[in-house]
Write a protein that binds this ligand. Structure first.
Ligand SMILES: Nc1nc2c(c(=O)[nH]1)N[C@H]1C(S)=C(S)[C@@H](COP(=O)(O)OP(=O)(O)OC[C@H]3O[C@@H](n4cnc5c(=O)[nH]c(N)nc54)[C@H](O)[C@@H]3O)O[C@H]1N2
Ligand SMILES: Nc1nc2c(c(=O)[nH]1)N[C@H]1C(S)=C(S)[C@@H](COP(=O)(O)OP(=O)(O)OC[C@H]3O[C@@H](n4cnc5c(=O)[nH]c(N)nc54)[C@H](O)[C@@H]3O)O[C@H]1N2
Ligand code: SF4
Ligand SMILES: [Mo]
Length: 767
């Protein structure tokens, strides 16, 4: 493989993907002479998105050419300001100071946060090597404030990750999920339209809000906020009490039903229906529709994962579709074959790594898929406890903005002995750390994600860069290699032989690499930066970051030889991996890397006898506790605030300049007409919103999506954006100035952001 330009430029459309949500739709992009993303269309050749895009994708240049992009490493001064330093100084000082923390306190006192956003996971794959050199043991990222409860339940029931098939299901159920805006599966709007318009199919939405998806639903259950556990229990109870479960299938494919049955028979369905505010007849109609369907797929998301009883709801909702026989066939959940599972990526419990820690060092919080709950981070730092974290490494994450209680997060980072962030922009988090290392953007290097959940054919997209890296930035492969070289962990002698082999082509390289890895443990310890330094330079121009994907290809074909073979990558592992890697490099629209089937979906159920386990003893006490009803509300805070709604103009904090949203009210607080009347306010008025943890001035938007007592703010707003000329803007409310770390799930520690007690008043100026 010689060094060659990756583009023929016969036409000037370049292939890439959207990075604004986890779906990463394939795109074709035209750039202009000023380095802007000028035209964007869907890529019909992308095997998963097939030309589909949503409107958000048109705004990608606001990311690529943001005015607050970093172009130099920054060092925090004693007075709190930041000064630019050269890369040599930054790398040397960061390596020295982090090594000093390790030497004095041990690597387990360094917390790693992040690893990737919605569009980038390769940077995280490189950083792993630095973490290993430091002996980092504890880590967290955004998954541990949303998905860990679900992962834990899925592990207990299936032992693997599963994903619904919304394209083919007869009944699609969205629980606390608004896929019209948030996606979560490919081609979402097209699929929702089909589900809604086909008289033989049925779209069920469970959401207190008449969301865009709920407006199209055949059945919308407008559950009282925070009462989904009662609704799901009522549904599961009703199923069994009426004998609507699929007993034959349950006998063949599951264990634990007989032990679970008495609990379900015991559920007072009409009492629970009253708690969740839904007519028992309506629940019966829904359950009957589910139990008579050929296939059902269900998607739970933040509306339940970030609310009270979240882990219990993850369990109860699964019972509803498992009791009706909806797994392992077309139109239902199946186990997809991952390129690298998110669990593996974060050192999963399911991976069975024996010596991994089970609980966090200070709070004793459960570690799930290798992650400590985000909500315990501040209390694991702001303490005298001898095991507290002393340093933090943050990469591709903005925890000061995105985790509960921003004020405590800021205090926590400032209380550390040392902290460093790697990011493309000067974010809220960067403004608290000691050093900021500027990364090249996702359109300036090879990138990819491990959000590959397609079944039976799964897709991986190794993206090629559109632009040269901006001056002063480096990609994460280079940053990692330099940090390890500065620490004396890696040197030219580690690269020489492999570099020579790489020049002879991938076949020679793979032989040399495998031989060396067998004799030198350091090669495996620092595999990613070694690949970067040796294979990277031979890859087509700008694709150096793709080097680690060769290693991942090898892991994949070893782990899933059949799925790889069916996709065309069979044969002995190194040869298959080489072919897969070459195909990925030469498939700018992405490719099918794994082809699975229903039989394997059952084999993937890693529970005794490949049977789904229905009984989770750890949750039974909470389940039984539902009899007591919901905790009483606090009259001081009569509203329930859902803090973090996905809207057409939100995309976490990837786009920082709010000018990207010009239409209508930005960052508004949605409420129903009745509440607005009671507060004597109208559209565009400002109210003071108070929670147990903070206050904010909010702009009112009257919306028929909302019901009385339920109010909603978007996510990703209230960012402080400083453009290249230095002018600062901040629009909307930063939701986590209002949230509380202690309001969290008893088991997974996930936050209750969709259930924040709140009060609204007129601001002093209005009185
Ligand atoms: N436009 C856009 N899309 C995104 C993102 C983005 O920032 N912007 N972010 C991406 C990310 S990281 C994620 S995790 C996903 C999240 O995707 P979603 O979970 O779909 O998004 P949300 O709007 O946060 O919440 C979904 C719904 O939960 C409802 N809800 C609130 N309280 C309750 C309740 O008590 N019970 C029930 N049943 N529902 C309730 C809300 O009304 C809302 O409609 O979106 C992804 N897609
Ligand atoms: N109250 C409330 N809080 C929430 C939510 C909510 O609904 N309510 N939603 C939560 C959810 S589900 C999520 S997923 C989180 C999301 O919050 P975070 O996990 O913090 O993710 P992002 O906001 O996407 O931040 C990604 C960061 O990566 C940086 N970045 C972009 N490209 C690159 C790159 O190539 N290299 C590097 N090194 N950095 C890069 C961006 O500038 C940004 O700072 O927010 C959570 N916070
Ligand atoms: S669904 Fe929309 S935001 Fe998500 S990747 Fe596709 S175009 Fe981007
Ligand atoms: Mo998320």
């Amino acid at each position: 493989m010689g060094r060659a330009d990756i583009r023929s430029d016969a036409d000037d459309w370049k292939n890439t993907a959207c990075i604004l949500c986890s779906i990463n739709c394939g795109l074709k992009i035209r750039t202009d002479d000023e380095g802007r993303i000028a035209k964007i269309i869907g890529d019909k050749d992308h095997p998963a998105s097939r030309g589909y895009v949503c409107e958000k994708t048109q705004r990608l240049d606001w990311y690529q050419n943001a005015g607050d992009r970093l172009t130099s490493p920054m060092r925090r001064r004693k007075d709190g300001g930041y000064e630019a330093v050269d890369w040599g100084t930054a790398i040397r000082e960061v390596a020295e100071r982090m090594n000093a923390v390790r030497d004095e306190y041990g690597g387990e006192k360094i917390l790693y946060y992040g690893g990737g956003g919605q569009g980038n996971h390769l940077g995280g794959a490189y950083l792993e090597a630095w973490l290993k050199s430091l002996g980092v043991k504890y880590r967290s990222n955004a998954l541990a404030q949303e998905k860990t409860g679900e992962f834990w339940v899925a592990g207990k029931m299936f032992g693997s990750g599963t994903h619904g098939d919304f394209e083919h299901c007869e009944v699609g159920v969205f629980l606390g999920k608004n896929p019209w805006q948030s996606h979560g599966f490919g081609r979402a709007r097209a699929i929702i339209r089909n589900l809604a318009n086909d008289p033989d199919r049925c779209l069920i939405v469970i959401d207190p809000r008449r969301s865009e998806t709920a407006q199209k639903a055949d059945i919308h259950l407008a559950v009282n906020p925070g009462t989904d556990a009662w609704l799901m229990a009522a549904m599961a109870g009703m199923l069994v009490q009426n004998g609507w479960e699929d007993s034959e299938w349950l006998a063949r494919h599951t264990t634990g039903f007989e032990q679970l049955r008495p609990y379900l028979m015991d559920i007072p369905v009409s009492d629970y229906a009253a708690i969740c505010g839904i007519d028992p007849e309506r629940i019966a109609e829904t359950v009957r529709r589910i139990s008579t369907a050929r296939s059902v797929s269900c998607f739970e998301d933040l509306g339940v994962q970030m609310s009270v009883h979240s882990t219990l709801v993850s369990y109860l909702q699964r019972l509803v579709w498992v009791l009706t026989g909806n797994y392992g066939k077309e139109g239902t959940a199946n186990a997809f074959v991952p390129f690298l599972s998110l669990g593996q990526a974060s050192k999963g419990e399911l991976g069975g790594k024996g010596k991994a820690a089970r609980v966090s060092p200070v709070a004793g919080a459960r570690i799930i898929t290798g992650l400590i709950p985000c909500n315990v981070i501040p209390e694991e730092i702001l303490t005298d406890h001898p095991d507290r974290y002393r340093a933090m490494i943050i990469q591709s994450g903005n925890p000061v903005h995105s985790l509960a209680d921003s004020k405590r997060m800021r205090e926590a980072i400032r209380a550390l002995d040392f902290s460093v962030a790697i990011d493309v922009a000067m974010t809220e988090t960067c403004r608290q750390v000691d050093y900021v290392l500027p990364a090249a953007s996702q359109y300036e290097k090879a990138e990819a994600t491990f959000f590959n959940l397609e079944f039976p054919d799964n897709v991986f997209h190794l993206r090629q860069p559109l632009f040269e890296p901006r001056d002063g930035t480096l990609d994460e492969g280079e940053i990692t290699a330099r940090l390890l070289e500065a620490s004396g962990e890696l040197a030219e002698k580690d690269y020489r032989a492999l570099r020579l082999a790489a020049r002879a082509g991938l076949a020679a390289y793979s032989v040399a690499f495998i031989a060396r890895a067998a004799t030198q443990p350091r090669v495996m310890k620092y595999v990613a930066p070694i690949l970067y330094r040796t294979l990277g330079p031979t890859l087509p121009c700008g694709m150096g970051m793709a080097a680690v994907v060769w290693g991942l290809s090898l892991l994949f074909v070893k782990r899933h030889p059949q799925a790889a073979r069916r996709a065309g990558f069979g044969g002995p592992a190194p040869l298959a991996a080489n072919r897969l890697f070459s195909a990925l490099l030469n498939s700018p629209s992405g490719l099918v890397f794994a082809r699975s089937n229903f039989e394997e979906s059952w084999q993937a159920v890693r529970r005794p006898g490949n049977r789904i386990n229905l009984e989770i003893p750890e949750l039974l006490a909470e389940f039984a506790g539902l009899h007591r009803g919901p905790a009483p509300g606090d009259p001081e805070y009569p509203f329930i605030l859902s803090a973090g709604e996905r809207r057409s103009d939100t995309s976490n904090t990837i786009i920082r300049n709010s000018q990207w949203s010009r239409k209508g009210l930005y960052g508004s607080l949605r409420m129903c007409q009745r509440d607005a009347d009671a507060l004597e306010c109208g559209n565009g008025d400002t109210l003071r919103l108070t929670t147990q943890r903070g206050k904010a001035d909010v702009v009112v938007e009257i919306s028929d999506m909302m019901s009385p007592g339920h109010i909603s703010l978007p996510n990703g707003t209230g960012l402080t954006y400083r453009d290249a000329e230095g002018s600062v803007s901040c629009r909307g409310v930063a939701p986590n100035e209002l949230t509380d770390t202690s309001r969290r799930d008893f088991l997974a520690g996930t936050p209750w952001h969709k259930h924040v007690p709140a009060r609204l008043e007129k601001t002093a100026g209005d009185e």
